[in-house]
Design a protein around this ligand. Structure first.
Ligand code: ADP
Ligand code: MG
Length: 624
């Protein structure tokens, strides 16, 4: 095919879908088209500046990079033009004829999934170029790559309905102009003051000048003014930056509508100088919620104000992937590549500085701003827990920030810290006790808690999926072991030990009877020191996985070795007296099996045969 000829092509099927979704769901936020087009223009300027490091001739002609926004009332058009990198014909096809942008793809996944994403979440996606079609019924793109001759310009045009046209054109200047032919009822955007206020609102902190014609009596003049702040915010002294500036910068950086929760802005001077401006968002973005980790955006690496790349993975560990911001290093070589970055000692130092700053910031919230801290934990607490395994060097610091529900806390509220727990520990208590389950109710109702309640020992109630795994890595805190109430031996004093041995001896015939009745279904039957009210519970050995977790993993398709549970009983309980007294073998077997099954249910395990359980229960209820 002759790539210089005029032709009409169909959009990729997914693009048509995105166009439909974007135009319908963005209706209440339609003005963000301007933010998105300016953001693309700014990216294009960044790319040119980066390429020009090695090829300064690319900046010939219009040397200063800028973005122009203009309007034409008669033609009913808005034009966003940049003198950035531009695109070749192939790039136009690849970038705006297919779903090139990961932001758009995530948007598509989220919006076409079960849940209809509500409009507030839309801002979290870079919805990108296609948002132009929210206000325009025709979009023209005129573009020429910076290293291509004037004759190799490209015109792309589409009504957003399934096809686009490509045509070679002569373009004197490099860069890209996006021309929006506005829909009939979008006249509000044909006003200079309106465009100007949108630039202020959404794009003030774009680091290139955004110029707009001076408006006189409602008409654009030939004179241009700069509508945005147009400087690198992070490079200014803190004293010159207002909270509003910080929030505005965050929003344009993170494509977010919501304010950031908190930020930390620092400059390190010395043998290696760099600036970091790091934000905690107030809501988890979609990809975090969906567990997506494939690609992380949101932390930009600059070298001496020149944008180099999105480098979230190089600059922050995975468990801090919710952080957004900018790192500007003075001393890295400008021609640095991703490969070099991954093994760069300087970058390692910057990375640990970033981690330290973020942890400092979270600690400050925990100390001074409890409400914000609670918001943070709700949004990112579980992500932070990953740091317990991922970042051994900061394990104690991270552990200090975690909060749990507890038998001495306020119901399901997760607001008890490990330090709170240590502070309330009884003299002589040598472990931090916890229980894991898959809900608050299941944790708080665990029969294994009974003896702890009776003795007044606090137990942390953990019911997030990651908890079991996380405590496994944590192991101990401030010299105290973390111990699961369902695992291993309980701490008993001499008198209690004696009592326990006595009880076990007395119950020997009962234990034997139960073992025979239950056969292969249990590994062992023991007298429990954990129970006061319940008849039975499961006990685990130190290396055994909690039953609720085993069930979840099995449901997720993982193969786990079958392990036979240890059944613990309370011989004082009336039900065990009944088993003891029951002479009819079938009836005794029903009772014994139910004792095992109720222990399994309480532990969140999967019943091997639910139908048989129900029949058994009914036989016992009817006394038949
Ligand atoms: P994203 O910006 O997240 O990549 P967009 O939908 O906004 O997604 O843009 C898609 C792609 O189109 C960009 O990645 C870029 O390659 C290209 N593009 C869009 N606008 C411009 C522009 N003004 N100059 C150069 N390339 C552009
Ligand atoms: Mg974009």
């Amino acid at each position: 095919m002759n790539s210089t000829a005029t032709e009409t092509r169909k959009f990729e099927a997914e693009v048509a879908q995105v166009l439909h979704l974007v135009t319908h769901s963005l209706y209440s936020h339609k003005e963000i088209f301007l933010r998105e087009l300016i953001s693309n223009a700014s990216d294009a300027c960044d790319k040119l500046r980066f390429e020009a490091i090695g090829k300064p001739e690319l900046l010939a002609g219009e040397g200063d990079l800028h973005i122009d926004v203009s309007w034409d009332e008669a033609a009913r058009t808005i034009t966003v033009r940049d003198n950035g990198i531009g695109m070749t014909r192939d790039e136009v096809v690849a970038n705006i004829g297919t779903i090139a942008s990961s932001g758009t793809r995530r948007f598509l996944e989220a919006m076409s999934g079960e849940q209809k994403a509500d409009a507030r979440l839309i801002g979290q996606f870079g919805v990108g170029f296609y948002s132009a079609f929210v206000v325009a019924d025709k979009v023209s793109v005129l573009t020429r790559r910076a290293d291509a001759p004037a004759g190799e310009g490209v015109k792309w045009e589409s009504d957003g309905k399934g096809e686009y046209a490509l045509e070679p054109v002569e373009l004197a200047e490099r860069g890209t102009a996006v021309i929006l032919h506005l829909k009939a009822d979008e006249d509000e955007f044909l006003k200079g003051w309106q465009l100007k206020s949108l630039i202020r609102k959404y794009s003030d902190h774009v680091a290139f000048p955004i110029r707009i014609p001076v408006e006189k009596e409602g008409k654009p003049t030939d004179e241009w003014e700069t509508a945005n702040d147009a400087s690198a915010l992070w490079a200014k002294p803190k004293s010159e930056i207002s909270d509003e500036d910080y929030q505005g910068f965050y929003k344009s950086l993170g494509h977010d509508f919501n304010d950031a929760l908190a930020w930390t802005h620092n400059r390190v001077e010395g043998s290696q100088s760099f600036t970091t401006l790091l934000y905690l968002p107030s809501q988890p973005p979609f990809d975090l919620m969906m567990g997506g980790r494939d690609e992380r955006k949101g932390l930009k690496l600059y070298i001496k104000r020149v944008f180099i790349m999105d480098a979230a993975e190089e600059l922050l560990p995975n468990y801090l992937r919710f952080v957004r911001g900018v790192v500007d290093a003075d001393d890295l070589p400008l021609n640095v590549s991703r490969e070099i970055l991954q093994h760069n000692r300087q970058l390692e130092r910057i990375k640990s500085a970033c981690v330290k700053r973020v942890l400092d910031l979270i600690e400050k919230l925990a100390k001074d701003e409890p409400e914000k801290f609670a918001t943070f934990l709700k949004a990112f607490g579980n992500t932070l827990k990953e740091g317990i395994s991922e970042d051994a060097s900061n394990r104690e610091r991270i552990a200090k920030l975690l909060r749990f529900a507890s038998t001495k806390g306020e119901g399901a509220r997760q607001n008890v810290s490990l330090d709170d727990y240590l502070g309330r520990m009884a003299v002589g208590q040598d472990a931090i006790w916890y229980v894991t389950a898959d809900s608050y109710a299941a944790a708080a109702g665990s029969p294994q808690l009974e003896a702890f309640r009776a003795k007044g020992i606090e137990v942390l109630l953990m019911f997030d999926r990651i908890d079991e795994w996380m405590v496994g890595y944590l192991g101990e805190y401030e010299g105290k072991k973390l111990r699961n109430v369902a695992k291993g031996e309980l701490p008993l004093d001499e008198a209690e030990k004696k009592q326990q041995e006595e009880a076990a001896r007395e119950a020997e015939p009962l234990l034997k009877k139960l073992k025979e009745l239950l056969g292969e279904r249990v590994g062992e039957v023991k007298v429990s020191a954990r129970l006061t009210d319940s008849p039975s519970c499961l006990a685990l050995n130190d290396y055994e996985m909690a039953p609720h977790l085993a069930r979840l993993l099995r449901e997720a398709g993982q193969e786990l070795p079958d392990s036979k549970p240890t059944l613990e009983i309370n011989p004082q309980h009336a039900l065990l007296k009944r088993v003891e007294a029951e002479a009819d073998e079938a009836k005794a077997k029903d009772l014994a099996t139910l004792l095992l099954e109720q222990a399994e249910i309480a532990a969140g395990a999967q019943l091997a045969d639910p139908a048989a359980f129900v029949q058994r229960l009914n036989r016992v209820l009817l006394g038949s």
